[in-house]
Design a protein around this ligand. Structure first.
Ligand SMILES: Cc1cc2nc3c(=O)[nH]c(=O)nc-3n(C[C@H](O)[C@H](O)[C@H](O)COP(=O)(O)OP(=O)(O)OC[C@H]3O[C@@H](n4cnc5c(N)ncnc54)[C@H](O)[C@@H]3O)c2cc1C
Length: 389
């Protein structure tokens, strides 16, 4: 038998691709080396920020907007809540040129993208920020962009729901089965796993932090870097009600490199915050998955205490997660350079979850029809030519 498509890697992007494919054909196989959702890749830790005006580049906005629609469609089908609107507060210094979240002038680009796409928002000066958001500590000349429709997604639930909906549509899902290799033959693409072999017309590789393995032997072999990131949940000490999702927005302080969420897991669950670190590239097999007391204390002193009031140094829990980065923060959504029937999609560079539902649709469209309604030029491998040797 031959599948129409096999999706290898069923995290954020792969589960979305499988769900979208399943709407068109049940003759699809989804495969993962673990049992998603799991904690060994890039898609765990309770929450992911979603927003519509994208400071990483206005070309992401159509992906974010389409994803909002898909999350709501999935919520209706599954009766699960996936997307919670809290509003989003994004703060920086006026006209800052600090390079953050992979982009210089991230806040300015956010504001421009909101204007370009008519995304409802308010610009807040320091005085207004202090009046409206007493949970935070603002600096003189801080400017705020407040987006009403921003909020958070629950990544594990999004993955589970998409896999479940795909299963209902008749696709085959195999977990705890690892793809070891693939080869292109006249009879289709043959996937060898650690258990058996499968044949398919098209292959989609959505292997996240493991994607670099599939680019070996191509000019893009060294394009991707994997970085260890840590998520922290710190206890709320004072005025808990101010930190609940009804009162507190998701937030990114771009010049201070810290972002976070309201208390979504009740009074004892803490509030989740993180920064971004790019010091030492790692790999999924080599990464240190233990969070030390020293790094927790540093996180609190450097990022939490100066940004929020009322948060205790007591860390409720922490988690290690992986960013897979391209040099300019753009995604890869393209054909494999050596195999036209193999599509790659990954390297979400720390901001991919909010777009993943639409990326799944792009992959399904490209797989089944060879074209997509979305613009994918910025995500093609050739767009990274300047970065490859
Ligand atoms: C700390 C952190 C915070 C983030 N915050 C945000 C945020 O607030 N907002 C946002 O939009 N995005 C955010 N992101 C980014 C977003 O979560 C990721 O971009 C996205 O989850 C990546 O999904 P993925 O499908 O590429 O990878 P994954 O979800 O990791 O999936 C890859 C899958 O491939 C499987 N696999 C790999 N190799 C094989 C093989 N050989 N055979 C079979 N299976 C294989 C793996 O087991 C895994 O399940 C954050 C990421 C991190 C790490």
């Amino acid at each position: 038998m031959i599948f129409d498509a096999i999706v290898v890697g069923l995290g954020a992007v792969g589960s979305a691709a499988l769900y979208q494919l399943s709407k068109e054909t049940p003759n699809v196989l989804g495969l993962d080396q673990f049992a998603p959702p799991h904690t060994l890749g890039s898609t765990h830790g309770d929450t992911r920020i979603t927003r519509q005006a994208i400071g990483e580049g206005a070309h992401f906005v159509p992906l974010a907007l389409r994803s909002y629609q898909i999350w709501r469609e999935l919520e209706q089908q599954s009766a699960e809540q996936l997307l919670t609107i809290t509003g989003g507060l994004f703060v920086g210094q006026q006209n800052s040129v600090v390079r953050t979240r992979n982009k210089t002038g991230w806040l300015d680009t956010t504001i421009q993208a909101a204007g370009q796409f008519g995304i409802p928002h308010r610009i807040l000066d320091t005085l207004t920020l202090r009046q409206e958001f007493p949970q935070f500590q603002f600096r003189p000349n801080d400017v705020g962009y407040y987006e009403q429709e921003a909020g958070f997604l629950q990544p594990e639930r999004c993955v589970s729901v998409q896999l479940e909906e795909a299963r209902k549509n008749g696709v085959t899902i195999r977990t705890n089965e690892r793809m070891v290799s693939f080869k292109s033959t006249e009879a289709g693409i043959i996937i060898q796993t650690d258990q058996t072999a499968y044949r398919t017309r098209k292959l989609i590789l959505t292997t996240g932090a493991w994607l670099a393995e599939s680019l070996r032997g191509t000019p893009y072999a060294h394009l991707l870097r994997v970085y260890r990131q840590v998520l922290y949940w710190f206890a709320v000490q004072d005025n808990y009600s101010q930190y609940t999702p009804g009162k507190m927005p998701v937030f990114i302080f771009s010049d201070r490199d810290v972002y976070g969420f309201p208390a979504v897991n009740g009074q004892d669950g803490g509030i989740k915050l993180a920064t971004e670190t790019y010091e030492h590239p790692t790999s999924p097999s080599a990464v240190n998955r233990t969070v030390s007391n020293a790094e927790t204390q540093l996180m609190y002193e450097k990022f939490v205490a100066p940004t929020l009031s009322g948060i205790s140094p007591a860390c409720v829990k922490s988690a290690v997660c992986l960013y897979t980065m391209t040099p300019n923060g753009n995604f890869i959504i393209d054909q494999h350079p050596a195999y036209p029937d193999v599509l790659l999609a990954s390297a979400c560079s720390g901001h991919g979850f909010k777009h993943s539902a639409a990326v799944g649709q792009i992959l399904a469209e490209l797989t089944l029809t060879g074209r997509t309604r979305f613009t994918t030029k910025p995500f093609q491998l050739t767009s990274f030519s300047a970065f490859v040797k």
